[in-house]
Ligand binder design. Structure first.
Ligand SMILES: Nc1ncnc2c1ncn2[C@@H]1O[C@H](COP(=O)(O)OP(=O)(O)OP(=O)(O)O)[C@@H](O)[C@H]1O
Length: 469
């Protein structure tokens, strides 16, 4: 099981099943001043990673019970927010190459030379710190950039989604948004409305899963006075209210079969009959729908009408699970925190912790945790750290350390001091990170650019702009 000792130089997770190696390796690393957690199998490794948010992971790929290196390989993407160094034996070339493809940073071949271990770990820690600074820099900048669509995210999947929203938003096709719960399907529907020629018209929304068939019909198509007990006056439905605009049917997969027929008719003819009415009415509405359910499977098992599915599905947009776009987590978290606590920021260990989670409730869950942590910041403090997040998420029920006020932090000072000082702080952080990367790479610009995650041309431009040539 994981056990730790304290230090300030960084946290290492050592994943290896050999007890002797665990003992020796951990004690050697602790002597160097690192905090060390030890895990002997996949479950322990995942648990320790979640608990301790290590900056560096030393990972032996062969692990019990199967001792199959595939098990170790499968862990690598889960450790994406840390710097991973693989401990391999001779003859593991194929696995080593696959590990590189999955994003590991370096290798050590067993038996491991202690001097080499010391050097590799030192460099890995350095890289982890640079990565953390870069993430902080990105998230602090993102705080300042409002997005007209409200869809936060810079990963390829989000950029594609935004491009699709712009493109299909302008058309009048009906559309289904598919994706797991909390991934922003409603937000996408609003963005589609915002990008359309109907943007000045109304945006109506109805949650199909929350209402009985009768109520849903009355909500959608309206009712006439006296049509049922309690119908004291004529009431227009959402299709009428949304005339000239967009109607969003959330959780359309939950729509009862009877209502599916009526909705299909409206989509085909543009006409509908209010409950208790005798005269058909007409409304011009663009219909968008969303569901987290597998509509294809529902069509196959007969619980969702095929003809309605194809009517709704002029096009399909998919919102990705947050675990498939972990790189966006710092940006999202920074923005959510900014909304509740404009002066606060996330510490590096907070960002690592946030990125190591799976977020089954996706962005909604991330938002709730960050907002709770933001609300828990003590007066006089401006820092949200991993411990506060653990507490806010319910993972721990006690706060052993209260968040420290961020006294010497320039980014934080900038957050308090307005746009001018923010630029100065960003410039200082950029200068520091670039200097460190150049030092680390021995002056090699391509290598430094790679470490910083920017292009070589971009680095050269920055060197010129910051007077670092
Ligand atoms: N890309 C994003 N950028 C900013 N906020 C987001 C993003 N995705 C989701 N959110 C936020 O997460 C919360 C849930 O989003 P939303 O209701 O749109 O998800 P959903 O997929 O429709 O969920 P459900 O399937 O449960 O109806 C909202 O507060 C929304 O603002």
């Amino acid at each position: 099981m994981s056990n730790t000792s304290s230090s300030t130089t960084g946290h290492i997770l050592l994943v290896d099943d050999e007890p002797a190696y665990q003992r020796l390796g951990a004690s050697f690393l602790r002597q160097l001043g690192y905090r060390v957690s030890v895990a002997g199998d996949v479950d322990e490794a995942l648990q320790a990673f979640e608990n301790d948010a290590p900056q560096v992971v030393l990972l032996d790929l062969a692990m019990p019970p199967s001792m199959d290196p595939e098990a170790g390989l499968s862990l690598i993407p889960r450790f994406a927010s840390s710097v991973v160094v693989v401990l391999s034996g001779h003859g593991d070339r194929e696995f080593a190459l696959r590990a590189v493809e999955l994003g590991v940073w370096d290798f050590l071949v067993k038996p491991i030379d202690p001097d080499l271990l010391r050097m590799v770990v030192m460099r890995a820690m350095h890289k982890a710190r640079l990565d953390a600074q870069l993430r902080e820099l990105q998230s602090s900048r993102a705080d300042q950039q409002p997005d007209e669509m409200g869809l936060i995210g810079q990963t390829a999947s989000m950029q594609q989604l935004r491009a699709m929203v712009r493109r299909v938003g302008a058309t009048s096709v009906n559309l289904i948004v598919l994706g797991p719960t909390g991934t922003g399907k409603e937000l996408v529907a609003r963005a589609l409305h915002h990008c359309s020629a109907r943007r000045d018209g109304p945006f109506g929304i109805i949650h199909c899963g929350a209402l009985s068939a009768e109520l849903l019909e009355s909500e959608l198509f309206g009712h006439l006075k006296g049509s049922f007990t309690g119908a004291h006056r004529d009431q227009p439905g959402l299709v009428e209210i949304a005339h000239g605009g967009t109607l969003f049917l959330d959780e359309v997969g939950e729509m009862p079969p009877l209502m599916q027929v009526k909705l299909l008719r409206f989509l085909q003819e543009g006409t509908f009959m209010p409950v208790g009415g005798r005269q058909e009415k007409r409304a011009d509405v663009r219909v968008l729908a969303a569901t987290h359910r597998d509509l294809d499977a529902m069509v196959r098992d007969g619980s969702f009408r095929e003809d309605l599915y194809y009517r709704l599905k002029g096009m399909v947009l998919r919102t990705p699970a947050l675990s498939d776009r972990r790189a966006d987590v710092p940006l999202l978290a920074a923005r959510f925190l900014h909304e509740v606590a404009p002066d606060a920021r996330l510490s590096a260990d907070a960002i690592t912790w946030l990125q190591s989670r799976d977020w089954p409730g996706n962005v909604r869950q991330l938002k709730a945790v960050v907002e709770s942590a933001g609300a828990l910041i003590l007066a006089g403090s401006h820092l949200v750290d991993a411990e506060l997040l653990r507490f806010a998420s319910g993972e721990t029920t006690e706060l052993t350390e209260l968040p420290e006020p961020a006294t010497d932090d320039k980014t934080h000072a900038a957050a308090q001091g307005g746009a001018g000082s923010l630029d100065a702080a960003i410039q200082e952080l950029e200068t520091r990170m670039i200097r460190e990367a150049m030092e680390q790479s021995g002056g090699n610009q391509s290598e430094a650019a790679r470490v910083l995650g920017i292009s070589r041309v971009g680095l050269i431009k920055k060197l010129g702009r910051l007077g670092l040539k």
